[in-house]
Design a protein around this ligand. Structure first.
Ligand code: GLV
Ligand code: MN
Ligand code: MN
Length: 415
């Protein structure tokens, strides 16, 4: 059995129109009107594939395909929210490939033994509502509903209000699962597979990630009559901190550090910036090293405060611990690829994924498809149709292996 590559690409193309950017990418922030339109389309496609669709209290959308047995399902999931000016594949690929698996099984008239569920997670990216993987984290019990609903975007709008506004606040009873095993297919977003000349990756685990909010308070003042020695310029302090974060990450093997978001106030040409808020994203596969990176950030902050006369507050508000996936599911993915004659490489993911939190709930693993030039979270993100097809076929095979097949060519029942 093979997925229908043409149908998968056509669905990817159609979904990518919603929130399309002039540069060939997508902006479809979580719980925006674009996200609502994309959800509406996805829900229609899920219903057309005879999935029983339900929406939970965090807006996660689950489509269930009944198995010959009731009980725990094999989940295939990802997300259709995007970063600002992101690519067409991050998240959407995993969701639409899972849909394609369902469609393929329908075409073949195959009933699996375990039920299959397709899940679209809300707010995976954490760009609009920080932190990332908010809704899968909540389902895994890492965040309370109150915490989730109270998260605000940069305009002060809450997750809860936006979830209701777009009409996707469902019931707690509609959460995904119970889960027998969890599979997430995604584009690699890095250079490993391309360097190795291999189409598909088998993911051993996800690195640790920690996000901090930095608040720098200096003193706003006129840009003209203020002599340099008397200034307390928050943005100059921020510049030192940004360069320092880069140094800290470069000094530790396997570490990465990024300041991706910054706001200076009042942000006008002739006023010394009085206040800066910015983010720091630090990642490493080892928990203790991640803590060391944050300790380095805190030292840097106090050194800069002492040197420049500003105050620098570091609030480490989210940590996603390094997470190895379940060996039996990783092996099942590797076996599925081998059975399909697709060569693979095993490695860790440097990006966060909902699979991280689902590993708390059930044995989980991920499949990667090669990214061209290793690019992602940008409009240039691209994977070839052939590699996307290979990854989706591995998902199909792995899901069938984990769910089992009941009887050949029986007609699929709604369930
Ligand atoms: C999600 O894309 C992340 O790794 O931040
Ligand atoms: Mn993603
Ligand atoms: Mn992403």
């Amino acid at each position: 059995m093979r997925i229908n590559a043409h149908r998968l690409h056509e669905s990817l193309r159609q979904l990518a129109r919603i929130g399309a950017t002039p540069g060939g990418g997508v902006t479809r922030l979580a719980l925006s009107s674009e996200d609502r339109s994309a959800r509406d389309l996805l829900r229609r496609w899920m219903e057309e594939a005879s999935l029983r669709v339900r929406v939970d209290d965090f807006g996660n959308i689950t489509g269930r395909r009944a198995g010959s047995e009731s009980g725990k399902a094999v989940l295939m999931a990802s997300h259709i929210d995007t970063v600002r000016r992101g690519g067409c594949y991050d998240g959407a690929y995993g969701v639409l490939a899972a849909l394609e698996v369902m469609r393929t099984l329908n075409d073949a008239g195959v009933t699996t033994r375990r039920p299959l569920e397709l899940v679209n997670w809300t707010n995976e990216e954490g760009v609009r509502f920080e932190p990332a993987m908010l809704a899968s984290g909540a389902v895994a019990g890492r965040f309370t509903p109150e915490y989730v609903y109270g998260r605000t975007d940069r305009d002060g709008v809450t997750f809860g209000d936006e979830l209701e506004r777009i009409g996707y606040k469902g019931d707690r009873d509609n959460r995904p699962g119970p889960v027998a095993a969890y599979l997430e297919l995604h584009v690699e977003q890095g250079p490993v597979l391309e360097d190795a000349g291999i189409p598909v990756g088998v993911v051993d685990g996800i690195v640790g990630i920690t996000w901090s909010e930095i608040t720098i308070e200096g003193r706003a003042d006129h840009a003209g009559p203020s002599p340099m020695p008397l200034r307390r310029d928050a943005l100059v302090a921020a510049a030192r901190l940004i360069a320092g974060v880069d140094d800290i990450a470069r000094a530790i093997e396997g570490a990465v550090g990024t300041v991706g978001r910054i706001t200076a106030e009042p942000n006008v040409i002739n006023t010394i910036p009085g206040k800066v808020t910015m983010s720091v994203d630090l990642r490493h596969p080892d928990s203790a090293t991640l803590d060391r990176l944050v300790a380095g950030l805190e030292r840097l902050a106090s050194d800069i405060a002492a040197l420049t006369g500003v105050t620098v507050a570091v609030n480490r508000f989210w940590t996603s611990e390094p997470t190895p996936f379940a060996a039996e599911i990783v092996d099942a993915v590797e076996t599925a690829a081998a059975e399909m004659g697709i060569s693979t490489r095993r490695f860790w993911s440097g990006a966060g994924h909902d699979a991280k939190y689902m590993q708390d709930v059930a044995p989980s693993a991920m499949i990667f498809a090669r990214s061209i030039n290793g690019l992602s979270h940008c409009e240039q993100e691209y994977s070839t149709p052939e590699d996307l097809e290979a990854g989706a076929n591995v998902l199909l095979r792995a899901a069938l292996g984990l769910a089992g097949i009941e009887g050949e060519r029986t007609s699929h029942k709604r369930g």
